[in-house]
Design a protein around this ligand. Structure first.
Ligand SMILES: Cc1ncc(COP(=O)(O)O)c(C=O)c1O
Length: 361
């Protein structure tokens, strides 16, 4: 059965009519030689918004994050990151494979790193040790729960990193969700940040595209890495036009996704056998747990799929639902009925992977 309501990810959105019109009308040129006017415009817009000198358009968030890692590190270096960080867990070992960099994964509430956790984690200058070089933060945190960093905490950790001689990179796949939730501007949030990667293909609703922004020197380095990683493009203005359109039309509306996520969490919390924490929902990601007595998350996900509702299992008992441009308040209400009925009917016999897409049993 095709999905009626797709909460698997904000990457599932289809371009709107307005975005498709912008794509069709895009002025283009060869981006690899710097001649695509729309890509150039997008890069300038982002650099200006974030208070940085330059930006480089990339194919994906993985690519722009890995360009960021490579900008700052040499083979043998180490980066510090939260234990749930996307760069360390979900980018196919990119830091090690593409840059020869190891990841030191640290614990912390909400997917955030604190000065307490970071204390003592910078290795001494000693031939036996790898060089601690880069601090990677994720805003919003994805596997950390969809939390948006408060401005003060972001400044505190970023400026601490700089005082320690580290570079600071932010994985901002859902950075505009953080700006909307916390009410800060990209520029003020990135005051103590060297590079930030932003995705257009998630909450902003574009078919593809990410961007890295930072100093002119770092962006020249990143441009070389983009080529090395096979991501330098030609008439990419077709896609950059969608991104410009999203910057102009799809940022403020993220508040609706956050409201829908809260509504969804409130409904889930009322279903016997499911546990959700509505007060913990800050942006567009809703994590909730299923009572193991009833079955596992994979089985619930499979049963929901049979009824046309897409929600991914993220662990043995944990699921994640994500709101976005293509799900309305009415969709949330209809989906809550499906969830309630599915849990009440029992779903243990549904074939679902025991632990979800990312973990081994
Ligand atoms: C926090 C975070 N960073 C980076 C990425 C990678 O983006 P992409 O799928 O475009 O490579 C994702 C993808 O979901 C993500 O959630």
């Amino acid at each position: 059965m095709p999905l009626l309501y797709d909460f698997r990810s904000d990457t599932q959105t289809r371009p709107t009519a307005g975005m498709r019109a912008a794509i069709a009308a895009a002025e283009v040129g060869d981006d690899m030689t710097g001649e695509d006017p729309t890509v150039n415009r997008l890069e300038e817009m982002i650099a200006e918004m974030f208070g940085k000198e330059a930006a480089v358009f990339a194919c994906s968030g993985t690519q722009s994050n890995q360009m960021g890692v490579r900008c700052h590190c040499l083979p043998g270096d180490e980066l510090l990151i939260h234990e749930t960080g996307h760069i360390a867990n979900f980018e196919a070992g990119g830091p090690a494979v593409l840059s020869g960099v190891s990841c030191r994964q640290l614990p912390g509430e909400k997917g955030f790193l604190t000065l307490e956790t970071l204390a003592g984690k910078i290795r001494a200058d000693n031939q036996h040790l790898c060089r601690t070089r880069l601090l990677c933060l994720e805003n919003t945190s994805n596997a950390g729960g969809g939390h948006a960093w408060p401005l003060e905490q972001l400044h505190e950790v970023g400026s601490w990193g700089h005082e320690q001689g580290l570079k600071v990179h932010v994985d901002g796949a859902r950075f505009f969700n953080a700006c909307v939730a916390q009410g800060y501007s990209p520029r003020e949030a990135c005051e103590h940040v060297d590079t930030i990667s932003i995705c257009f293909s998630k909450g902003l609703g574009c078919p593809m595209g990410s961007i890295l922004t930072g100093s002119a020197e770092d962006m020249a380095h990143a441009r070389r890495s983009r080529k090395l990683f096979g991501g330098a493009m030609r008439q990419a203005g077709m896609m950059a036009a969608a991104c410009v359109y999203a910057l102009e039309h799809h940022i403020d509306r993220l508040a609706e996704d956050h409201e829908n996520a809260r509504l969804l969490a409130e409904g889930i919390a009322e279903i016997d056998g499911l546990v959700a924490e509505p007060a913990a929902v800050e942006t567009n990601l809703v994590f909730f747990d299923v009572d193991p007595e009833l079955g596992n998350a994979g089985q619930l996900s499979a049963a929901l799929k049979e009824r046309g509702l897409g929600i991914n299992a993220m662990g043995s008992a944990r699921l994640r639902a994500c709101t976005h441009l293509d799900v309305s308040r009415e969709d949330v209400e209809a989906s809550l009925v499906i969830l309630r009925d599915t849990v009440a009917a029992g779903f243990r016999d549904m074939a679902g992977s025991l632990t979800g897409p990312y973990a081994r049993a």
